[in-house]
Write a protein that binds this ligand. Structure first.
Ligand code: NDP
Ligand code: GDR
Length: 329
């Protein structure tokens, strides 16, 4: 039985990956930081199948102990301060968790289980300002947020441990991927949640930022398969994972609102609070290498993804209609 250690298992990607690995017969260890109230929403259905280890990415001792306990064949380092907008008000925390702690995780593996295969969750945010389109493994980085800068560090330290210590370390440069388990502050989920609540009469407007930014949005359930495929190769390498299609935030609004028979223009309010100090105008990925070398294929398209998210949020809002869910961002 193969053993995997996942950091960030309570998040969107971690929950899909845990599900996928359990189905493949893995023994799955999940690192979980202490929270004052439980946050198992994404993993409630598989909670009893995961072997939980308490730890925090910023605490090297806890990571060494986690690797010692799990003795993993594969380590998926998905934990991060992952919300770009929060990285301006919290730049140091973002640097500690999203950048420096990647070294903590790599050190824990190097010290306790150096033959474990290591996956680092890198991001298209590293490309930032448009240098070339579409963006591939060879496109230079020009990050535009403290988060993007932190991910560039995480990417290069992973490459460095591969080259310095001959570790099987891969960096997956994933473009935006979404699902019904996406955090409520990210724009897709913020929109689909608002659509559901507006449709049910629980909300009357949606305050939002830049409608012109272009993103390459895919389905998280497809993307976690690419993570696993990277660790099944003969040689460690870095791969871009994307759909190769981009849409504006305006397109997203249109697809989501029109799905329930509404016109987004009747409900949105542009709010400067949601406009970022520096924007990434356009992200479009070229994942030819992943398709050719990993045999990775996309299954869910953009409209299908947004419809799936609206349906899930309608279900959820109906169930929670008595409670008020307030999205902070
Ligand atoms: P989420 O924000 O949904 O999940 C982040 C996870 O990290 C949560 O489980 C969170 O725990 C955990 N975490 C945060 N800080 C710490 C810490 N100090 N110690 C331990 N755990 C911590 O992110 P996603 O699932 O969307 O993304 C997974 C990874 O992929 C992230 O690294 C993200 O930056 C990266 N990425 C995501 C993309 C996307 O479009 N989704 C695209 C490219 C990269 P808790 O539940 O306690 O908050
Ligand atoms: P992003 O995702 O920053 O690309 O990072 P997000 O959904 O937050 O923003 C996408 C685009 O939408 C614009 N936008 C808004 N965004 C939010 N959150 N809220 C709004 O009200 C709003 N209005 C407009 C943003 O300006 C931006 O252009 C995600 C995260 O998952 C990262 O962890 C990951 O690395 C990248 O994707 C790839």
């Amino acid at each position: 039985m193969k053993r995997a250690l996942i950091t960030g298992v309570t998040g969107q990607d971690g929950s899909y990956l845990a599900e996928f690995l359990l189905e493949k017969g893995y023994r799955v260890y999940g690192l979980r930081r202490r929270t004052s109230t439980p946050n198992f929403e994404n993993v409630e259905h598989i909670k009893d199948q995961i072997h939980w280890i308490s730890g925090d990415l910023t605490d090297l001792a806890s990571l060494i102990e986690a690797v010692r306990l799990a003795q993993p064949d594969e380590v998926y380092n998905l934990a991060a301060q992952s919300f770009v907008a929060a990285s301006w008000p919290q730049p140091l925390l973002t640097g500690q968790i999203t950048a420096l702690s990647v070294t903590n995780m790599l050190e824990a593996v190097r010290i306790m289980k150096p033959d474990a295969k290591f996956y680092q969750a890198s991001s298209s945010e590293m490309f930032g300002k448009v240098v070339e389109t579409p963006q591939s493994e060879t496109t230079p980085f020009y990050p535009r947020s403290p988060y993007g800068v932190a991910k560039v560090y995480g990417h290069w330290i992973t490459v460095n441990y591969r080259e310095s210590f001959n570790m099987f370390a891969c960096s997956g440069i994933l473009f935006n991927h979404e699902s019904p388990r996406r955090g409520l502050e990210f724009v897709t989920r913020k929109v689909t949640d608002a659509v559901a609540r507006i449709k049910l009469g629980l909300q009357d407007e949606l305050r939002i930022g830049n409608l012109d930014s272009l993103r390459d949005w895919g389905f998280a359930g497809d993307y976690i398969k690419a993570m696993w495929l990277m660790l099944q190769q003969e040689e460690p390498d870095d791969y871009v994972i994307s759909t190769g299609e981009m849409h504006t935030v305006r397109d997203l609004l249109d697809v989501a609102f029109s799905y329930v028979g509404l016109n987004y223009q009747d409900y949105i309010v542009i709010d400067p609070e949601f406009v970022r100090p520096a924007e990434v105008d356009l992200l479009l990925g070229d994942c030819t290498k992943a398709k050719e070398k990993l045999g990775w294929e996309l299954e869910v398209g953009f409209e299908q993804l947004i419809h799936m998210m609206v349906d899930a949020d309608l279900d959820r809002a109906r169930k929670l209609a008595d409670h008020t869910i307030t999205a902070i961002y």
